[in-house]
Design a protein. Structure first.
Length: 123
């Protein structure tokens, strides 16, 4: 996915260089964790997805009826996510709805840095 940030620093001694926007996703090892994975960015509960060579985060529940997106389907070459409950589709790039006017999914940029995953609300 072209809008994802990826850093390939694999130095075990390096610590992630977090700015106030980026938060380390605790408990997720990008090499061994099974995705999708649950995590938090501050007080927000998110679902972390593996998208091709990178990662993306979304709020854990569909904004339609707050049903879990853990079993959602990726589609469109991993550019969209479809809620399995009512087939509402959202673009992973910006969270905008494809077939459900009035709803927007909160999305998170996720990057790998120094062997850890960091996330921030998408810009």
């Amino acid at each position: 996915m072209s809008d994802q940030s990826m850093t390939t620093d694999t130095s075990p001694a390096a610590e992630p260089n977090t700015s106030p926007d980026w938060r380390v996703l605790e408990g997720i090892d990008p090499d061994t964790t099974e995705f999708p994975a649950h995590s938090r960015v501050g007080d927000e509960r998110i679902l972390v997805l593996r998208i091709g060579d990178g990662f993306r985060g979304v709020e854990r529940s569909c904004p339609h009826q707050q049903r879990s997106l853990h079993d959602a389907f990726l589609q469109g070459g991993d550019t969209m996510i479809r809620c399995r409950w009512h087939n509402y589709v959202f673009r992973l790039r910006d969270g905008k709805s494809v077939n459900c006017p009035g709803y927007k999914l909160k999305v998170f940029d996720v990057k790998r840095e120094s062997g850890a995953l960091l996330a921030r609300a998408a810009q």
